[in-house]
Design a protein around this ligand. Structure first.
Ligand code: UDP
Length: 338
């Protein structure tokens, strides 16, 4: 049985990926520092899969601990999620983002190299394309200057990995996620931000639940069909499955290059108002919202061309925005019962 390290494995995308890996027979070792996650997620994963993954509470900024982990655990591959991820916050806290997202990546790659671990999947993002000029975005679209420190950290991260693959025994795949949302169909794991949510969907669900008074819609003067920005929202379960397929591609030596990049989205764009309307419809609820100024660092649109992932990776999304917004609400409701 192949052993996979999942950093940030108790986080939103990480936990869903751990479930899919275990369902496919991989043995999983989670590293997480619990900075934006909850230890209870481990029970959720165990309850879904019937198997408790090994858990290591390690802060990847602690270089010694990272070294010790890789020395003590022989593993076959790494999926690296652990990072800070709020675009808005990154504008105000650039150093936090560069330390959490770049320094930790370097430590993980150093220890993989020392311990001859050669398979690496990087949690990248559509933000690497910056404020793109043409839609949908393909993997060949220009990497424009990032609009914020978060996006820049992902651009730099990809470059670091690519440089390492050129000279070391490392095979890597960067999955460029569009906007991951929703939760597992069992409603045992979902998105669980600590504190005030930065992302749209948890803010919507918490507003519907009455935890937040109203949702701020950040600008309605963008050049889109209703003035609000467009994103390609992808169900987290579909996204999680892309990681399993990518890891198998590495193990089966199917790569066409030592570093590959895939867009992981749906190819369908939705505005903030589209999301609000769909959420209200599928859950039979009303959301209080108010249009406010644009948020710094936001771009007008992100929309994926997913044909390369479809044909080359053999992956495609199966779930819809409706599925995702329904599961997000069911998950939110469950939090209240607790
Ligand atoms: N958004 C919003 N109100 C919020 C949070 C987000 O209007 O409280 C908008 C944001 O401007 C963007 C979209 O929702 O157009 C998605 O934002 P999110 O932070 O979820 O993801 P991003 O695309 O920034 O990574």
């Amino acid at each position: 049985m192949q052993k996979i390290v999942v950093t940030g494995g108790l986080g939103f995308i990480g936990s869903h990926t751990v479930v899919e890996l275990q369902n496919e027979g991989f043995e999983v070792l989670i590293i997480d520092n619990l900075s934006n996650s909850n230890i209870g997620v481990l029970d959720g994963i165990t309850s879904i899969t019937g198997k408790k993954p090994a858990f290591f509470k390690i802060d990847l900024k602690d270089k010694q601990k990272v070294a010790q982990f890789f020395k003590e655990n022989k593993v076959d591959g790494v999926i690296h999620f652990a990072a800070s991820k709020a675009v808005g916050e990154s504008v105000h806290e650039p150093l936090k983002y560069y330390e959490n997202n770049i320094a930790t990546l370097i430590y993980v790659l150093q220890e993989m190299n020392k311990n001859k671990v050669t398979n690496f999947i990087f949690s990248s993002s559509c933000t690497v394309y910056g404020d793109a000029d043409e839609f949908p975005i393909t993997e060949k679209s220009p990497i424009k200057k990032a609009e914020n420190a978060y996006g820049n950290s992902k651009q730099i991260g990809e470059e670091i990995i690519a440089d390492v693959t050129k000279v070391k025994n490392l095979n890597a795949i960067a999955l460029r996620y569009f906007n991951p949302i929703g939760g597992h169909k069992s409603i045992k794991i979902g998105e669980l931000p600590l504190g005030v949510p930065q992302n749209l969907i948890p803010y919507v669900t918490q507003t519907a639940a009455g935890i937040r008074k109203e949702l701020s819609v950040f600008g309605n003067d963008y050049e889109t069909h209703d003035g609000t920005p467009i994103r390609d929202y992808i169900h987290v379960t579909d996204l999680a499955k892309a990681h399993v397929i990518a890891m198998k591609r590495l193990f089966e030596d199917k790569q066409k290059a030592k570093m590959e990049y895939f867009n992981i989205g749906t190819g369908v764009g939705s505005s903030v108002f589209d999301v609000i309307k769909t959420f209200e419809k599928v859950n039979d609820l009303k959301i209080n919202y108010k249009v406010v100024d644009r948020r710094e660092g936001d771009v007008t649109a992100y929309l994926a061309d997913v044909s390369f992932a479809n044909t080359e990776l053999g992956w495609r999304s199966e779930l819809t925005l409706k599925d995702a917004l329904r599961s997000a609400w069911l998950w939110q409701e469950k939090q209240e019962i607790k």
